[in-house]
Structure formats: C-alpha cells, structure tokens
Design a protein around this ligand. Sequence first.
Ligand code: UT7
Length: 328
Amino acid sequence: MEKVYITGIGKYIPKKVLTNHDIEKMVDTSDEWITTRTGIKERHVVADDQCTSDIAVLAAKEAMADAGLKPTDIDLIIVATITGDMQFPATSCVVQRKLHAKNAVAFDISAACAGFPYALSIASEYIKTGRFKHVLVIGAEALSRFTDWTDRGTCILFGDGAGAAVVSNVPGKTQSEVLSDYLGTDGTHVGLLNTPGGGSVHPATHATVDQRLHYIKMEGNAVFKIAVKSMTEAVNGILQKNELIIDDIASLIPHQANLRIIKAVGKAVKIAEERVFVNVDKYGNMSSATTIVALYDAVRSGVVRPGDLVVLVAFGGGFVWGATLIRW
Ligand code: UT7
C-alpha cells in the first residue's frame, strides 16, 4: 500500500461580507441572538457573477501551487458540494475544464457538511492502491444561492467558500500524512435537513417555487443533538481504531456549524478547549468547504505545526459523519 500525503492546501473566501447586523435588516433576529446561539458574527457570500466552480477553481489553484504541481499533473478531481453549478453535469467537470487539468478524471460527491472527510477518504483509497498519484480534493459551496433569506432559523447559519487539498503518493514540502479515517451514515433522518425541491421527488414547478422547496430546510434543534452525538462517536471511533487517546491529539478541527455544537463535542471527548480550532465566527457554516478551510486556517496561523496529530471531524445532512486522522 502507498502512503497518502497532503502536499498542498488552498482556500478561497468570497470578498462580500454579510454581518449579523446586515441579517438583522432581513429577518426578525439580532446580533446578540446569533452570537450567543451560534458563535457566528459574519459570513461571506459569492458575487453575483460567481458560482461554485469559480470559487472551487481559485482554492484549487492555490493548493496546486502549494504542492508545486501543474494542472496536468492531477489524475483525479473530486468536488464535494451540495450547491453545484447545475443539477448535472458534475461541478468537478467544469472545474477540470477551467483548470485545463486535461489528464484528470472528475466526479462530485454529495455528503453535505461531511463532504471533505468523505472526499478525502475516497482520494486516500485511490492513492493507497496506486491507481492515482495526485488527487485534487475540493470542498466548495455557494450556499447563499440555496438559502431562504426569509427563514431566520437557517439564513443566519450559512456562508460561501471553498477549500482544496492536493493528496499525493509522495510527500511535498512537509511530511503531512493522512493516516486513517472513520465514516458513518444514518439515512433514517433525511427529513430533518434537506433541500426538498428540484429533485425527482419534487421536480421544479411553480408550486415548488411558491412553497420555497428549493431552499435548505432544517429542524435545527433535532439536528443539533444528533450532530453532537455523531461527531463525538466519530472522534472516539477514530481514536479507538488507531489505539490513541485524546491527549495524543494536538488539535481537533471540527465542522463549524455552531460554536455550541463545537464546545459540546469538545467536552464529550474530553479535549481542552484551547486545542479545539474555531473559525465559525468569521465564515458561518460552509458545509463541504468548512473542515478544509478550518484545516487551512489552523495550519497557516501556526496552530497546527509539523508533526502534530490532528483530527478533522464533520457531520451533515444524510445524516453523514466522518473523521480523518492526519499527522501534519
Ligand atoms: O452542519 C450540520 C447541520 N447544521 C447544524 O448542525 C445546525 C444545528 N442547529 C443549530 O445550530 C441550532 O439548532 C440553531 C442555531 C439553528 C437554533 O438554535 P436553538 O438553540 O436550537 O434554537 P431553537 O430552534 O430551539 O429556537 C429557540 C427560539 C425559538 O423561539 P421560541 O419558540 O422559543 O419562542 C425560535 O423561534 O429561538 C427562536 N429563533 C430565533 N430567534 C432570533 C430561531 N432562530 C432565531 C433567530 N433569531 N435567527
């Protein structure tokens, strides 16, 4: 089996900022409520002429430059997204064209907020078997296009952004190595978090648009509890699988949906608060992009240092959850 290295990372966050005060003008909410209930202060949204593949490409270019690779060196592109450019084809095909990565095969995966750990798991298996040498793994979302800006229960939470990692069979500038992953799925709660309209159940009609079915729907309170339980299981599961204890982990990098969820998971797995990375205040929940952008910020700010054992953990609609163990 080949080893799996992260040889480059990149991110792109759209320039336009939407603060809690901006949202106060749109729905019946307050900066105080959003801050205390979620930890979010602001999020970014794509420009009118930007779509998911555009921001994916910008994150990917930085990751490839970081890895010292050209687009033609990439064998496979996986885009994790729930807000693709179109229903089909895959956004990864658009990314492949925009990057001129003509040697790469490309597909998307839909694993909502767990998109990055899921995509990284797929990439790792392809590297381990020797099938591919360099895989571009991207998490990219334009959630603002699917957010109901009249629903205060959801519109306060989401933001747009993209993150990317190059995963290779040889080390890059650092020895950052993907060691293991842990994935879980429970399809019994599909109704708690979804975008019901526009698929084969409710194809787009005037009625589905009038009923706002093409926007994200969530039973926030129920999702909150399952998120804490599932991410706790994923962290404990990956530690057990690798015969580690929580004190071996230098940084826990959780999905950034809500600061209260992050704190509850940290408490449940008994890790000191200062070892749990948080950037939800700046970006909100960027679904598939969240964990890779958090890893990027943790590395670039010096929180994660070479040699550190790091656990990424995420949870999202499906429900799906996953953790990745990395030695940075
Ligand atoms: O990425 C994975 C998927 N997403 C998540 O993991 C998110 C999970 N859920 C959450 O983060 C939280 O459930 C929310 C932030 C969405 C909501 O927080 P909560 O503490 O679960 O509040 P709640 O839904 O139980 O609502 C409490 C009250 C309600 O009022 P009443 O019925 O008590 O009078 C809501 O109507 O807060 C009200 N409320 C708001 N008030 C002001 C709900 N949203 C807002 C708002 N501003 N934006």
